[in-house]
Design a protein around this ligand. Structure first.
Ligand code: CA
Ligand code: CA
Length: 181
């Protein structure tokens, strides 16, 4: 029985791996079909910017994703924290109004939008938790899950299977993906 379960678990694992690999290949193929030039430029930039001497590893891809998200998160947090005039960690509607008075008409609208988006419970006050959550959400918007999945899928182009992706492998891998013309 134990052996049967083990075989079953192994089978499930292989099936999951196969589905994952298939999904990654599909993601790349779709992106290549949509805009081959853009995908190639994006991946070559990534290899150049985050690859080591051997090429771009999974860790390099994760670092890029984390950096993109932390940048977007920091911008959103800074925007909201700048409204916290008495530095108590929360932003009240009264604090928002003071900043809005000093802003341009479009600036006022933007501030209202950011405040309302962050005020999850709609009580006209941003708690530290609401501010943190708004930052996290902005980070995910900075680099969406679909884009992250596509970048992770790029490792499928690692032709020699050494776990690192070179510019050459990106070019030849994408050329192989390109639909027949
Ligand atoms: Ca405050
Ligand atoms: Ca609130």
């Amino acid at each position: 029985m134990v052996r049967f379960m083990a075989v079953l678990a192994l089978f499930a694992l292989f099936a999951a791996n196969g589905a994952m690999a298939q999904g990654a290949a599909d993601l790349l193929a779709e992106a290549a079909e949509r805009n081959p030039g853009r995908l190639e430029a994006r991946l070559l930039d990534l290899v150049a910017g985050f690859g080591g001497s051997e090429g771009l590893t999974g860790q390099g891809i994760e670092e890029h994703i984390a950096l993109e998200r932390s940048g977007a998160r920091a911008s959103a947090l800074r925007r909201l924290l700048a409204l916290d005039l008495d530095a108590d960690g929360s932003v009240t509607r009264a604090e928002l109004l003071v900043t809005q008075r000093a802003a341009s008409a479009t600036g006022r609208g933007r501030l209202e939008r950011h405040f309302a988006a962050a005020d999850a419970d709609g009580d006209d006050r941003l708690t530290p938790d609401e501010i943190a959550a708004a930052g996290l959400a902005a980070g995910l918007t900075g680099l969406r899950e679909a884009e992250a999945a596509l970048l992770r899928a790029a490792l499928r182009l690692d032709g020699n299977g050494d776990g690192a992706l070179t510019a050459e492998e990106v070019r030849t891998g994408l050329a192989r993906l390109a639909p027949e013309v």
